[in-house]
Design a protein around this ligand. Sequence first.
Ligand code: DC
Length: 199
Amino acid sequence: MPFTIAIDGPAASGKGTIARALAQRFGFLHLDTGLLYRAVGAMGGDPVAAARALTPEDLLRPGLRSAEAGQAASRVAAIPEVRAVLVDFQRRFAVQEPGAVLDGRDIGTVICPGAQLKLYVVARDETRAARRAAELGVDPTEMLAQLRERDARDADRATAPLRAAPDAVVLDTTALTIDEAVARAVALVEDRLSAQPAP
Ligand code: DC
């Protein structure tokens, strides 16, 4: 049975970095589900039609990592029909052998409620803003306001809001280096893998 790791959390909490590191370490596939919403937001026009027409190449569009693309993604992500169109693709991705890591906002709660490990990655608002501002070369104060606006929209929407699943392990990366955060996540995966029944 494939091993699925669901990683959720607010913007710039470190979940993407942890997801990539886990996928590399365990030889699992990785899907940054935020990119799906970023691509839909960037395609313009009717967001539901854009979600239906989405191809893997759309995920490679330039500019998808920008703060503006993040805001557009958060807006289209609040549309229930857009989310519904993207569910099957994410669920199919999640059950590939030998395992898959998906990071986003609703992976542990909606997309993969049966994931073998769920992580909910958090960090202080100011820390997240400073990290993302350094990454994008923008002003941290402006970034803090943008992150808070986006988190509020993502957490307050009616469909699949940003929430920790009841059985998620909360990992606070505020005071951790990347290596420390990854080491904790790796230890959790190893623990769960060792508890798996033999194939
Ligand atoms: O992870 P990210 O910052 O790239 O995500 C961009 C936006 O997409 C985020 O503000 C909300 C939305 N999103 C979502 O609603 N559900 C997901 N599983 C992933 C992202």
